[in-house]
Design a protein around this ligand. Structure first.
Ligand code: FAD
Length: 320
């Protein structure tokens, strides 16, 4: 059994940790898909998060950390192990340009908080759902900006110790970080360096972005945002570069939606899993979709692009 009763006994004894069994993960993912977690733990303090991780790692039980579940495809059979969430959501730093934010904070709350304080830098990330921890892990961003431009320091734990990562040590790249490649480190908090701005102007910019985003991703849509990463134009095979119109290249990147559209992705359907008719890189759950159908659709889309263009597109979405 991947999670023994000795492990659950130890987890139950950790202060500020809430443990549940057979928790349906569908309710923790924006896709609304996913079977049960054998054990789920919500850690409210850094100590609880670290101790839970230490217990699980010592027992060599399967473990995964989730945030807001907005970039996840969780298997229909769930996760036979321990799903950890860090739910501490404090935002510190009222009087400075640096906010220290707990990984469990909702990114939109951080954006709103920064705007209210007249701090500039996060306003273009308005409407990106999920937690601060998830955003740092995947170097989330939009409108030409990514969170790595603001991060000066990340605190993370491997269950044995807390470690501080500088921006350079986070090894950020487009939708990449050291935490994606070294899953032993779980993010506890991040420092974000902002600058002075005018709250009204920032609010207006955020409001305009929000309206555009809400039209593209209606708030009730069961999805994970963009399924595939965009492509760096300079890294594409020369033959493919020649096919991409200049108008499709933005800030050195080609949206994977462009390739998907050429490959006939728009409007495809598999069970209740639908590719949007207006956006080829947006797959949503149009009812009672399954992870098997999401996975099947993703494989079909990858195959179509490979056959049409001869290269592979890569998922942004993460699997559990
Ligand atoms: C409608 C919609 C629009 C979106 N638009 C954008 C966009 O414009 N730009 C963009 O970049 N993304 C976008 N996304 C994707 C998603 O919002 C981001 O990837 C987000 O940062 C994920 O955060 P989360 O807390 O939900 O992470 P989850 O989905 O819960 O997890 C994602 C990954 O992060 C890891 N993780 C989470 N917390 C931690 C932690 N504390 N320590 C270590 N690893 C952790 C998980 O293990 C998992 O691998 C969109 C998603 C949706 C649904």
């Amino acid at each position: 059994m991947p999670v023994s009763s000795a492990v659950t006994d130890l987890l139950t004894a950790i202060p500020a940790l809430k443990m549940t069994r057979n928790e349906p993960l569908a309710q923790y993912t924006r896709f609304g898909i996913g079977g049960p977690a054998t054990v789920m733990c919500d850690a409210l303090t850094p100590a609880a998060f670290e101790q839970a991780l230490a217990v699980v790692r010592a027992a060599q039980a399967p473990q995964v950390v989730i945030g807001g579940g907005t970039n996840l495809v969780v298997s229909d059979s769930g996760f036979d192990g321990v799903v950890l969430r860090y739910t501490s959501a404090h935002i510190h730093g009222e009087d400075t340009l640096t906010l220290r934010v707990d990984a469990g904070a909702v990114l939109q709350d951080v954006v709103d908080h920064s705007i209210a304080l007249g701090l500039k830098g996060l306003q273009t990330m308005t409407g990106i759902p999920g937690s601060l921890g998830g955003a740092v892990y995947g170097n989330a961003g939009a409108y030409g900006k990514s969170i790595h431009e603001l991060v000066t320091r990340v605190e993370a734990t491997d269950g044995a110790r807390m470690k501080t990562f500088s921006n350079g040590e986070c090894e950020f790249r487009y939708r990449e970080s050291v935490f994606k490649r070294h899953k032993e480190w779980l993010i506890v908090s991040a420092d974000l360096q902002l600058s002075r701005g005018d709250p009204e102007g920032l609010q207006q910019q955020a409001g305009e972005i929000r309206a555009i985003r809400d039209a593209k991703y209606p708030p009730t849509m069961k999805c994970a945002g963009s399924i595939f990463k965009n492509l760096i134009f300079a890294e594409l095979p020369p033959g493919v570069q020649a096919e991409v119109p200049a108008s499709a290249v933005r800030e050195g990147k080609v949206p994977s939606a462009w390739f998907l559209e050429q490959a006939g992705a728009k409007g495809l359907r598999r069970g209740d899993i639908q590719v949007a008719t207006y956006h080829a890189n947006l797959i949503y759950n149009d009812g009672n979709g399954t992870a098997a159908d999401v996975k099947g659709m993703i494989e079909d889309l990858k195959r179509r692009v490979r056959e049409r263009f001869g290269f592979a597109i890569e998922e942004e979405v993460q699997y559990v």
